[in-house]
Design a binder for this molecule. Sequence first.
Ligand code: HGY
Ligand code: MN
Ligand code: MN
Length: 451
Amino acid sequence: MCCANRLIAIAAVAGVLVCASEVASQTRQTDRAGSQLRANQSRIEARINALAQFGKNPQGGVSRVAFSEADIQGREYIRSLMQEAGLSVGIDAAGNIIGRRSGQESSLRPIVFGSHIDSVPEGGNYDGDVGVIGALECVQVLHENNLVTRHPLEVVVFSDEEGGLVGSRAWIGDLSADALAVISHSGKTIGEGIRAIGGDPDELQQAQRKPGDITAFIELHIEQGAILDDEETQIGVVEGIVGINWWDVTIIGFANHAGTTPMLRRQDAILAAAKLIVAVNEAALSTPGRQVATVGRVRAEPGAPNVVPGKVVMSLEIRDLTSEKIQLIFSKIEKAAQIIAVESGTQISFAAVDVTAVPAPTDKRMREIISAAADELGLSQKLMPSGAGHDAQDIAKIAPTGMIFIPSVGGISHSPNEYSRPEDMANGANVLLQTILRIDSGGQTKSRTPF
Ligand code: HGY
Ligand code: MN
Ligand code: MN
């Protein structure tokens, strides 16, 4: 190498070293500054209350089912908050809202966090909402403090979580044509609904994320059970999320006159349904474990006081941390149904609804990072499973995933009486923020496997 070339090479190496040391020192400063940042509790509370106006019910809570007018308006409000936090906002083909913030190192994959704002019919103001408002609080605080992370950040609001984790299923390429045809809580099919909120169900592959596309995914959520509240623990570190299977159960009897059909000549579909509902309960109770089985919706036809019902359509839902247990409970229910059908002169059939959520453990490193963040903040914590379903269980298939729980007062959820205290929401947002920053700076954990 001639002298001039050698000098250029030395200068280039030195440049890289200067560059690397600048990034390292910037990162150290970011670490120090970041660990002091805190969520603004009153802003979180005000935003939760503002979001509660969209779909508000007179008895409290909201009916902001996915794809409804209230959902569309609530999503607009969230988009405005994303803009206020300096995010660039887009909607993907599955109708997910995504707010992006650039990082110092454009080659890095994003750290993604968020939840959902759609509700069940007559639901509460905290399920999903705390995760979205908490995620926005994190980026708002970073924005106000001019702190730029190494990784790009993405806040996501998943579409139609309550109708079967629709937005997150699209991310993992699992939203089938059958699923798009399912009628959502809004009355629209899921495909129609996705279009109504600005997505394109014909182009779902554009929304898909592949393994390696996401550095880490974190969801902050209310517990929805009573464990943290009963034990007065501030933070739940989620170890795994239950699988959820749904079926439509159809019972065909014979519609007949309620005054002239003697009791012993009836083929009463709703009586068979009642017996089956008891059998569902017994199937779940007769096996050791934490599995649950629910009939949440029953429709009798023709539905008149003076007609013995000829047909009943009802829902069946089974949840557990393993698919094997879900299948075991379902086969017990099927056996009971065969006996009830013979005894009542009815036909009973089960059609699986394509909204299955598979059980998912969270990532060990993510649990360690969340736990360390809670420790540093001086918050009490507990490792626990999630009995509710969450978009995180889909994302766990393609990215290291963690979940942070905060207490639900009285363990009430999917109800207008759902409530989480402002200080708990702020605690959750602080753990989320510190978790993001720890991942951003390499995520060293006890198991020494950095991101
Ligand atoms: O139904 C569930 O578990 C969740 O709240 N979507
Ligand atoms: Mn829910
Ligand atoms: Mn939820």
